[in-house]
Design a protein around this ligand. Structure first.
Ligand SMILES: [Zn+2]
Length: 293
């Protein structure tokens, strides 16, 4: 609890500088990258804050900006969610709907209509049961992410399966009708810079095909799994017809956005509002990338 208060205090003091930083960067797009929605109370206060202080745009607006030069409003912001965690439907959607906030959901197509777990959850459970500390587990999962793709899969195959409630196509349709655009986050969420060329091609095109077969129109909008970008993967994505790709680099965007390299700021549904304000303004991303990385 003591650590948490200290953290809050730091962000409270940093908050004095967010207003000038925000207005200096008013012309630059912010894209937020969420994963789960675990704290509805804080998440709701974040949405209220965004509604009041930013101009929330939808994906169609961003696309018109990128490809037809439509001007962005001041302090434009887009909300995105990665992986398709069930909590986004259960806890996120009712609040997004309440405030009329559009967003983008990047799904892992192999998991839809199954009870398979995210691969990192399988690893987490295995190491937890092997009595590793959370810190050690974090390290172990980072090591898995660093392995060549086939070796990562071999390691995971040795671990017992775990099960997770995943979204169905029907759930996705419900999310879509509530203002969420369903997009591409590969078929199985591998780390693309650890994949062979063939694997990258397969991962992207399988996800595109499945999204299309379920009737989702935006299979060409993509987010890099774990944010791992490289130019070789980018070339393959372009060749496969991906038009727009999002990173996970904790940055606000430059004025002239490259549609294949859209920066995103990392936030969570339980990010306390002072910290959230500092992050969304771009101040935390600026400091983080300059001094803390
Ligand atoms: Zn992801």
């Amino acid at each position: 609890m003591k650590g948490l208060n200290k953290r809050n205090l730091i962000y409270k003091s940093l908050n004095a500088f967010t207003a000038p930083f925000k207005s200096y960067n008013a012309g630059r797009l912010r894209v937020l990258a969420y994963h789960t929605v675990v704290n509805t109370e804080i998440f709701e206060s974040q949405l209220q804050f965004l509604r009041k202080n930013y101009n929330i745009i939808d994906l169609a607006y961003l696309e018109s900006h990128l490809f037809n030069g439509k001007e962005l409003p001041e302090n434009a912001i887009l909300l995105t969610f990665d992986d398709g965690d069930y909590s986004v439907l259960e806890f996120g959607m009712p609040l997004l709907k309440k405030y009329g906030i559009p967003s983008v959901l990047f799904i892992i197509t192999d998991l839809i209509e199954t009870n398979k777990s995210f691969w990192w959850n399988r690893a987490y459970t295995f190491y937890k049961n092997s009595r590793f500390s959370d810190e050690q587990i974090g390290k172990k999962i980072s090591e898995l992410k660093d392995l060549p793709n086939n070796m990562r899969i071999e390691e995971l195959d040795k671990m017992p399966e775990v099960f997770t409630r995943q979204l169905t196509v029907r759930d996705l349709k419900e999310l879509e009708s509530s203002g969420m655009v369903i997009c591409n986050h590969t078929h199985t969420h591998p780390i693309l810079n650890k994949c062979s060329k063939g694997d990258v091609k397969l991962e992207v095109s399988r996800a595109m095909d499945m999204l299309e077969s379920w009737g989702f129109q935006h299979n060409q909008i993509f987010a890099y799994p774990n944010g791992n970008f490289n130019s070789r993967a980018e070339k393959i994505l372009k060749h496969k017809g991906i038009s727009t790709a999002f990173l996970f680099d904790h940055k606000i965007n430059v004025e002239n956005i490259n549609p294949m390299r859209i920066s995103r700021i990392r936030v969570d549904s339980d990010t306390e509002i002072d910290e959230f304000q500092v992050k969304v303004s771009g101040l935390h991303p600026f400091l983080f990338n300059k001094f803390l990385k």
